[in-house]
Ligand binder design. Structure first.
Ligand code: MG
Length: 162
């Protein structure tokens, strides 16, 4: 049985994952409205991925016969200073998610809940990839996106990624 402490932490993590989806959906809509469909489709993929993360945490709770508690989701930022800002926000946000996953991981270790520990470890690995991907996108943007034409072409290429 999952401790009350871990139950709360898992439910909070579900909220955080859905907030990530909401934030990335806001970013997808921003790019779509600005005519950058490639960036939009990339962020829609991220949105789906975050919802899958939420679902994995929820399924873990179901498997342990623990009730999933859905909380309010804060309104994400919907306007951005320029096309680069959402990428900076994504990287900062993923770092925040990492610290929240680290927190979950350390609680599971402290409580010697090895099932939870093993489950959360997959998200530790996932966060390594998430930070790397977000950093990579930002770096490439800085190198290649020097004018509107570059940004458009970069967006088109990004839209081809699956
Ligand atoms: Mg996630």
């Amino acid at each position: 049985m999952l401790s009350e402490n871990l139950q709360n932490a898992f439910n909070n993590q579900i909220n955080a994952e859905i907030y990530s989806a909401y934030l990335y959906y806001a970013i997808a809509n921003y790019y779509e409205e600005k005519g950058l469909k490639g960036f939009a489709s990339w962020f829609k993929l991220q949105t789906k991925e975050e919802l899958e993360h939420a679902d994995k945490f929820a399924n873990y709770l179901h498997d342990q016969n623990v009730k999933v508690i859905l909380k309010e989701i804060p309104k994400p930022k919907t306007e951005f200073a320029d096309f680069k800002e959402p990428l900076t926000i994504q990287l900062a946000h993923e770092k925040k998610v990492t610290s929240s996953i680290f927190n979950l991981y350390s609680i599971s270790k402290e409580e010697k809940d090895y099932f939870a520990e093993s489950f959360i470890k997959t998200f530790v690995d996932e966060q390594f990839e998430e930070e790397k991907t977000a950093q990579d996108l930002l770096t490439k943007y800085e190198i290649f996106c020097l004018n509107s034409k570059d940004i458009y072409e970069f967006s088109e290429k990004l839209g081809q990624r699956k």
